[in-house]
Design a protein around this ligand. Sequence first.
Ligand SMILES: Nc1ncnc2c1ncn2[C@@H]1O[C@H](COP(=O)(O)OP(=O)(O)OP(=O)(O)O)[C@@H](O)[C@H]1O
Ligand SMILES: [Mg+2]
Length: 344
Amino acid sequence: MIDEMTTVLEPAPLPDFVETKYVKDITKRALSYIKAGFPVHLRGPSGTGKTTLAMHLASKIERPVVMIHGDEEFTTSDLVGGEHGYRIRKVVDRFISRVLKTEEDMVKRWVDNRLTVACKYGFTLVYDEFTRSRPEANNILLSILQEKMMDLPVGRGGEEPYLRVDPDFTAIFTSNPEEYAGVHRSQDALRDRMITMDLDHFDYDTELAITLAKAKLSKQDSQVIVNIVRGLRESRKCEFAPTVRGCIMIAKTLKAQKLTPSKSSSTFMQMCQDILASETSRVGSKTNQDRVKQIVRELVAKELGIGKTISVPEETGKEGIAVNAVDNSVIEGEKEKTESLIEM
Ligand SMILES: Nc1ncnc2c1ncn2[C@@H]1O[C@H](COP(=O)(O)OP(=O)(O)OP(=O)(O)O)[C@@H](O)[C@H]1O
Ligand SMILES: [Mg+2]
């Protein structure tokens, strides 16, 4: 048994994985490129299902999976391997069997890292967010993907300096668009060696199916949540568009609290505002947050069909002030009336 095998994952179906027409279609296309021998690169904004889809594709390939997460600090040796070591040798004396001699030395021993393991044994490599690693660390991939040869640093024991990549080796990459913080530009040469599929936010059916699968709320309640998140996304007023993660967070919080949107409308409103304002702003600017909260307020009111007024806790800490859902003006004295209207 070799040490590095411990980092290998079994290709297994993902729990709660949802396969709608949208997901099946992308899976089918990606698998057809992989079958033709090309690495696939799933690129898209956060929360568009890239990592999940990459793992799903890997499970369909049915080879052991090696996963790497891109990292600014990576060097080539983090991918390929390096000399690590401290070695303990036990020597049993053949003539005097009671004698057990332990020798310890500092001889460095080459240890293959994940990329080498995947190339050597023909495993599936999932290189998640590969553009977070610096381009020079990823240069090693150029010859792996093109010439199917891996150029190994000298010092790797007595073995050949080149490793022939096993024909079963497959690579799946994911990345966020270049404008994301902490993302490097992918090298043209590397991108040219893979087939890039641009993913966008899920279609309605998939977003709903994922929300349902993750929190197991009723279909009706899940629809309310998905409509609100999609409405906010379509408003195009957010610094970052809200993702399916927002739907999952709201749905799971409701489930954990045993609440429903219609029976606890003010708590639901607050929850949507907190979660969606947090998800859609990077620096937490007040203007942006207020804008998002206002849109969410309108969307919740519309979804719950509670007319123009809805009770929401105000940011000043006052509980349950009635707010005009359209222009956000506070309607003092309407609290009781509105609460009973909503809570019924
Ligand atoms: N087909 C699916 N079935 C069930 N859940 C899914 C599916 N696709 C995505 N999800 C869920 O949606 C969420 C976002 O997906 P994922 O993490 O794969 O997105 P991503 O594009 O990799 O995002 P990031 O760029 O932020 O890493 C996760 O909670 C994931 O479990
Ligand atoms: Mg991801």
